[in-house]
Structures are given as structure tokens and as C-alpha cells.
Design a protein around this ligand. Structure first.
Ligand code: SF4
Length: 455
């Protein structure tokens, strides 16, 4: 009987990138992708623990698996991804396999058993946990991914995080920062460029703290030779790789956004001028409580500097509303900040305590209704700043990478990472650069008319 797998992924781009490597490992041991969950012999849940809602969805899936197992007793289930220690214990009896993503190169061996548990996280305290995860380092990234498209690829460059923002589980689930060797990254991107990929996403929880040692590699006839390759140097090296492609990256921490990096983004033609720069709050006391090591004035100055050096930059930010005892006045400061920096986009989240984090030990005193209200207020402010920014594109020609077709429109992203829909529809253009004239703007995107394939 043919073995089939089905992967359910929650969370960020890093998890979606891991999915591509999981698929590749499973196909290497003769599994084929199933189009529906109930056709699969193996269901993989690639979990995210950043919000409780994502965790609750996994509990929901567990109920579905029980029903499916009644119909197909041979069905196996596997849990991986970002899982908190407390959830691992609860899930231990509910999945056949619980495997750390960092152990991916060994899955072939683990899946020969009927059940297997490999998650170094449970071995000890928080500090031991980090050491244990680090021992496995980022070797799993050497697995050749099965990319989700033929034109856009995720390339992880650093995994883990050392910042310990008080609300965040990432340092506990992903471990400490480990940078992938620059030579591996450059090789992967050279291969992608040769295959004609148009969009390369450099991924990491904090790409700005990327550091790789002793890189010496030939790129486009010249050599990059640096004792320490930081993120700016890595961007310059990727920029030199021959090919017609865009370089995007996420996520950035304001504390590590150096002048060298700003200059590099401005100078490198393949690096798109889209920067995601999470502020999280517009109030200094809240930032301190969050363990974010900057103040609002620093952030505003950084934005000013970026806009001066990269005039056409698209800026997005992340904000958490209702963090711990955020007062109305502190929330007003976030509104003021948003109005001042006028971002193109902001990802607004309502604070929810995550077990194991420092903030979870403190009282979450802002009510759910009040968080909802603050979310809505900020969204209204954002709608105005986003529309104001988007209107500037009306009448202009933009470069677009079409991604899919929906309801008689081709939909894609502009070089500046604006969502755009345009006509006429020609599916052959999906995954190819085109030029589109912008005819209309709304807060969350642009509308336009195809002008030509990019020459
Ligand atoms: S920088 Fe802060 S929010 Fe981002 S992954 Fe690290 S700990 Fe989490």
C-alpha cells in the first residue's frame, strides 16, 4: 500500500520553511503527499506556541485524529515545531511520535519504530534545555527542502533567539541563536537563482544578529572573504549572486539595525526596500517591562534615518496591545507613535500570557474586551496611515511578482511588498516579474492594470 503523509502547519514563515524540509525527508522514505487528511497514513502537526489560539487548534486536531484512527487503526500522528514544555507533557499520550525539528535528519530512523519521543526540551531546566537544543545545532537545515513554489523560496539563515522578550516563547521553544554557515546559505541561493527563482526570503527570528565565521566563497567572479560575516555582509554577498531575483528578509530587531545595514539595503539593488521593524509598544515603561532594550525616541530616530537613506522604503511594525497592566495613557502613547511613524502595515496582537515566559508570572490585568477595543482603535489608525501611503502609488508603474489567480484577478506582491490585484488575468504570468500600472488604492492593497512583462 502506498504510504501518504499530510502536514498541518501553524505559525510563522520559519515553520512553513520547516514544512518544506519535513516533506522532503518523508518523500525520501517513500511517502507521497496526500491531498486530504483522511487519505494519509501519517499526519504531521507542525505546531506554533506563540499564541494560545494556535495551541488550542492542535487540541482540536487531536479530537479529529481519534475519529480518523477509529476508521484507520494504522494511522500514525507526529507532533513537531515550537512546542512548550508544559504542552509536550500533555501531548505525549496523544501522538505516536513527538520529534524535535532539529532531529529531522534522524526521522527516518525514528519512524521505523511504532512510537518515538525525541524532544531534548524535557530533560531539564530552562538553561539545560537551551544547551540541549544547541547541541543539535542547525544541521537539519542541510536537508534539501521541497520548495512550496517554483518562484519563491524561504531560506533560513539563523534559528533561535537570545533576546528573551518577557512575553515570548521563542527562546524556550527554538533555543539560542545559531547562525547557519554563510557558505551553505550562498550555495542554496545560487542553486535557486540558477533554477530561476524570483523571490528569496531570508528567515530568522532575528536576522540582524546573524553571524557566521570564516567565510570565503566565490560569487559572481569575485570573492567574499570576511572573518565574521554579519547580516549586512551576507546581504552584499547574496546581492552579487548572478540572476534576476528579489531578496527579502524577516524579522528585524530595532536594537540591531545598524547604519551599515541601512547603507547595504539602500545600495544593494536586489534587496527589496521592505523593512519589518517590530516596535511592540509606544510606551517606554511597557517596552522596559517587555525587555525591549530601546526607547520610543530611539525607534523614531531609527525610522527617520531609514527613511532618509531609503526614501521609497515600505515599513511595517508589530504591536502588542494590553500587555500586562498597560494603562489607557500608555496605550495612547502607542497611538501617538503609530500616527507619527505612519507605517504601511502593522501586525497588531492582543497580549495573551504564554506559559513559561517571565510575563506569565505577572498579572494580566487588562480585560479581553479592553484588548479588543484597543486592537480596533489601532486598526483604525493603521487604516488611515496605510491608505495615505498606498495612495502615493496611484498612477505609478510598479514591479510585481504575481502569485495566484482569484476571482478573475491576478494577485501578487509589488517589489515594495504591497499586495496588488490586477487584470487581465493570464495564469502564465504567475511567478514571472511584470509591470503593473496602479489605478486604485485601499488600506490593505493596490489595484492595477497589467502593462507588460518586465523586460
Ligand atoms: S526578539 Fe523577542 S519577540 Fe522576537 S523572537 Fe526573540 S524573544 Fe521573541
Amino acid at each position: 500500500m502506498m504510504k501518504k503523509y499530510y502536514i498541518i502547519t501553524y505559525g510563522c514563515q520559519m515553520n512553513f520553511s520547516d514544512l518544506e524540509r519535513i516533506a522532503s525527508v518523508l518523500e525520501d522514505i517513500s511517502y507521497k503527499p496526500a491531498s486530504k487528511m483522511d487519505e494519509a497514513n501519517l499526519i504531521v502537526v507542525n505546531m506554533c506556541s506563540v499564541r494560545q489560539s494556535a495551541v488550542d487548534r492542535v487540541y482540536g486536531q487531536v479530537k479529529n485524529f481519534l475519529k480518523l484512527k477509529r476508521r484507520n487503526p494504522k494511522l500514525k500522528t507526529l507532533l513537531t515545531g515550537c512546542v512548550l514544555k508544559s504542552d509536550l507533557r500533555k501531548f505525549k499520550e496523544k501522538f505516536d511520535y513527538i520529534l524535535s525539528i532539529k532531529s529531522l535528519p534522524h526521522w527516518k530512523k525514528f519512524l521505523k519504530k511504532d512510537k518515538y519521543f525525541y524532544y531534548p526540551i524535557l530533560r531539564g531546566s530552562t538553561s539545560l534545555l537551551r544547551l540541549n537544543l544547541n547541541r543539535l545545532d542547525c544541521a537539519y537545515l542541510k536537508t534539501q527542502p521541497k520548495y512550496r513554489t517554483k518562484f519563491s523560496a524561504y531560506v533560513p539563515i539563523i534559528i533561535g533567539c537570545n533576546n528573551f522578550c518577557t512575553y515570548c516563547v521563542v527562546p524556550y521553544t527554538r533555543g539560542q541563536e545559531i547562525s547557519r554557515p554563510a557558505k551553505d546559505i550562498l550555495k542554496e541561493i545560487k542553486d535557486l537563482a540558477k533554477k530561476g527563482y524570483k523571490e528569496i526570503w531570508l528567515l530568522g527570528e532575528n536576522v540582524n544578529s546573524y553571524k557566521s565565521q570564516n567565510t570565503k566563497i566565490a560569487i559572481g567572479g569575485t570573492y567574499g572573504n570576511f572573518n565574521i560575516t554579519n547580516f549586512a555582509k551576507l546581504l552584499k554577498m547574496i546581492n552579487k549572486i548572478p540572476g534576476d531575483f528579489w531578496i527579502r528578509f524577516t524579522s528585524s530587531h530595532p536594537k540591531d539595525f545598524s547604519d551599515e545595514l541601512i547603507r547595504t539595503i539602500a545600495e544593494c539593488e536586489k534587496v527589496t526596500k521592505y523593512i519589518s521593524l517590530p516596535i511592540q509598544s509606544g510606551d517606554n515603561e511597557i517596552l522596559k517591562e517587555m525587555n525591549r532594550p530601546y526607547i520610543v525616541k530611539d525607534y523614531k530616530n531609527l525610522v527617520k534615518k531609514i527613511r532618509k537613506k531609503i526614501p521609497n522604503v515600505t515599513l511595517s511594525t508589530d504591536i502588542i496591545v494590553g500587555f500586562l497592566g498597560e494603562t489607557k495613557k500608555q496605550f495612547e502613547n502607542t497611538i501617538k507613535l503609530l500616527k507619527a511613524i505612519k507605517p504601511d502595515m502593522a501586525y497588531i496582537a492582543q497580549y495573551s500570557p504564554r506559559p513559561g515566559t517571565a510575563a506569565a508570572k505577572m498579572k494580566d490585568s487588562v480585560s479581553h474586551q479592553e484588548k479588543e477595543r484597543r486592537d480596533k482603535v489601532l486598526t483604525e489608525v493603521l487604516k488611515k496611515t496605510a491608505l495615505e501611503n498606498n495612495k502615493k502609488y496611484i498612477g505609478k508603474m510598479v514591479e510585481v511578482l504575481p502569485e495566484y489567480e482569484r476571482k478573475d484577478w491576478l494577485i501578487g506582491k509589488t517589489r515594495e511588498y504591497k499586495t496588488i490585484k490586477f487584470k487581465p488575468v493570464n495564469k502564465k504570468l504567475i511567478g514571472k516579474f511584470v509591470k503593473v500600472k496602479v489605478t486604485n488604492a485601499i488600506p490593505w492593497g493596490l489595484k492595477g492594470k497589467l502593462v507588460k512583462k518586465r523586460g
